[in-house]
Every structure is written in structure tokens, then in C-alpha cells.
Ligand binder design. Structure first.
Ligand SMILES: *Cc1c(COP(=O)(O)O)cnc(C)c1O
Length: 342
């Protein structure tokens, strides 16, 4: 693409605006400077507050659901099916969006170690009017979603399946993060970040990276994955690159993004997905005590632990500009209370 960054932003924005979208999130989210922590780290850190998107405690899915649910409605869907861990942020924000749009939402949460006592996201799900069908931990979520979709279809319904394994909805989630990247650059056009860090499974990173590519920015991206490759919801760099390519084609632009340019790391997972690591606990306390900003133990805490480690190891150089994209997830602070204190 040619032209100045401002012209490119305008062009990409008009391509995004041409896509079906429902309004769910408070946008643009703030980009908060972090002067106290920046002084400690010797860098220039800001946080993109996508924990503040509204929609029943916020998070990155509020932004992504705007495109995904508009697509579902354009497709004639009369209900949405989502399955995941009991403490799913995706499910919580989907239930809230469904309530707002008058769309029936079926949630298939796994009865795992965080489903009882009822707390955090799983508690909030129960208050938002979704139909909740618990499934046992040894069942395949992808299979159970498909079985329910079949059953609803044969009853004359038109279900739209989202979440892991649903490539179209993941691709639309990428578009939402191209939008977030435009917001970051628009907020500080004279302070292009040297680095952007985020917790991600794929869509968020793919969108930020596609946005940087389309604007021609030299920014380095680091996606911190909350799960190892053996997890059912893990996406490989190849799959993430394909999501970016799919989003580029929806926007009608070319992209040179390939798997070897996708920078994700599973280095900060700790023991496993869903349980806080020592690094995430330190990160939560550090950002909380220096900036009054909360992180969650499952995603953003591990993402921020990665950022702190890159600074400590000198991979991020002195004075460099860093944006951390805070993807939300804060209800997990309550479902994981015993890990956080004591
Ligand atoms: C879902 C989620 C992510 C991962 O988002 P992707 O778009 O799949 O990369 C990161 N952080 C939080 C808090 C989430 O809920």
C-alpha cells in the first residue's frame, strides 16, 4: 500500500467500515501511559485498555464479537453455539452480546476444576440469560458443539458455531484487532511503538500484525500464548498466518504474512493453561501496585510476565516504546482467588 500512515489508516478504516458490524464495545479504548512502571523498567510503556471494552466486564472478545455476530446475523442465524472452559471470557462476553442483540446463546462449558464453586465468568454466564449445557472434561468440545448444531438444525433452527475450530469467527476476530491497531496508532501518531505485546491464541496477534504490515510499521510483535501445543485450542504459527491471510482477503488487501513471521511463544505458560504461573502472579502484583491496573492470572498476567522478562533479558532495549494490549479476563481473579493470596 502507498501513501502516508494517515492515508493508509483512512483506507484501512474504510475497508473495515464496509464490513457488517454490530456495536457492542466502548471504542476506542484508552491508551494509558504507565510512568511509574516505565521508570522502573527504563522504557516507555503504555497499555491499550481492552479490559475496558464494557460488555459485562470487558475484554478482547467484545471487540471481536462485533464482527462475528454481525456475520452470524447476515447469515440468518437465530442462535449461537459456543463451548470452552468453564471460566471462558469468550462465553461470558458472548452471553452478554446475545442478551443485547436478542440472539439465543448456547454455552457448553466444561465442568473443570474452576466450575465449582460458581465464581468468575461462570457465575456471570448464569446471570446473562444464556442456555447453559455443561459437558464433562473428557468430552471433545468441538464434537459436542457440532452435535448440538445438528440437533438444532434438524429442529428447523439456524445455529452459528463459534470459538475453537470455527475458522470464520476467528478470522473476523483478526479484523477487530486490525481496528485496535489503528486506534493505537491514531492515539499517538508521533510515537510509533517499537514493540507490541499481547496474550493471544491467534486472532489478536494476527490482527495487530496485519495492521502493522498494512501501515508499513517497523513494530515488533510478541504474542504470548497461554497454552502449550498439546491443548485442543492451540493454534500453530501456520494457522495464525492463515487467519491473517483470511482477514486480509476479507479486507480486500494483499498480505505477505507467513508462518515464519508469526512470533508467538509458549514460554510463559507455566505449569499449564488456566492456572497462574509464578511470573503471572509477580506481574499482577507489580502492575497493580505501581499503576493501579489489574491483570488476570490466565491470559494478560502471563502476557505481561513475558513483557517484563523481555525487558529483564535486554531484548527490549533502554528507552524503547512498548504497547501492551490488555485483553481483559479479569473475572478470573475471583475464580482463582486461592492461587492469588495465601
Ligand atoms: C480469548 C482471550 C485471549 C486470546 O484472544 P485471541 O483473539 O484468540 O488471540 C487473550 N486474552 C484474554 C483475556 C482472552 O479472553
Amino acid at each position: 500500500m502507498t501513501g502516508s500512515v494517515t492515508e493508509r489508516i483512512r483506507d484501512i478504516q474504510s475497508r473495515i467500515d464496509a464490513l457488517p458490524r454490530v456495536r457492542l464495545a466502548h471504542l476506542p479504548t484508552p491508551l494509558d501511559a504507565c510512568p511509574n512502571l516505565s521508570a522502573v523498567l527504563g522504557c516507555d510503556l503504555s497499555i491499550k485498555r481492552d479490559d475496558c471494552t464494557g460488555l459485562a466486564f470487558g475484554g478482547n472478545k467484545a471487540r471481536q464479537h462485533e464482527f462475528m455476530l454481525a456475520d452470524a446475523l447476515a447469515d440468518g442465524a437465530d442462535c449461537i453455539i459456543q463451548g470452552s472452559a468453564s471460566q471462558s471470557n469468550h462465553s461470558r462476553q458472548l452471553a452478554a452480546a446475545g442478551a443485547k442483540l436478542g440472539l439465543e446463546v448456547f454455552l457448553l462449558p466444561k465442568m473443570d476444576e474452576f466450575s465449582s464453586p460458581v465464581q468468575g465468568n461462570y457465575l456471570i454466564d448464569q446471570l446473562l440469560g444464556a442456555t447453559i449445557i455443561p459437558i464433562s472434561p473428557d468430552e471433545s468440545t468441538k464434537d459436542r458443539k457440532e452435535q448440538l448444531a445438528e440437533k438444532l438444525r434438524s429442529a428447523g433452527r439456524r445455529p452459528y458455531v463459534v470459538g475453537m475450530g470455527a475458522t470464520r469467527s476467528l478470522t473476523l476476530g483478526v479484523i477487530a484487532y486490525v481496528q485496535a491497531l489503528l486506534e493505537i496508532i491514531t492515539a499517538q501518531p508521533d510515537a510509533i511503538p517499537d514493540w507490541i505485546f499481547s496474550a493471544t491464541q491467534g486472532s489478536t496477534l494476527a490482527g495487530l500484525q496485519l495492521g502493522c504490515e498494512l501501515l508499513g510499521l517497523p513494530t515488533k510483535l510478541v504474542g504470548i500464548c497461554p497454552m502449550t501445543a498439546s491443548h485442543e485450542a492451540y493454534l500453530s504459527p501456520q494457522e495464525i498466518a492463515e487467519l491473517a491471510q483470511g482477514a486480509a482477503s476479507l479486507l480486500g488487501v494483499g498480505t505477505g504474512i507467513t508462518a515464519d513471521q508469526i512470533s508467538t511463544t509458549t514460554e510463559y505458560v507455566g505449569e499449564r493453561y488456566g492456572v497462574p504461573s509464578a511470573g503471572s502472579l509477580d506481574a499482577i502484583r507489580m502492575l497493580g501496585s505501581l499503576e493501579g491496573i489489574l491483570l488476570d492470572p490466565v491470559y494478560s498476567g502471563k502476557g505481561f510476565a513475558g513483557l517484563l522478562d523481555y525487558c529483564k533479558r535486554g531484548i527490549v532495549g533502554p528507552g524503547e516504546r512498548i504497547v501492551f494490549v490488555h485483553t481483559g479476563g479479569l473475572p478470573a481473579l475471583f475464580s482463582q482467588s486461592e492461587y492469588l493470596v495465601g
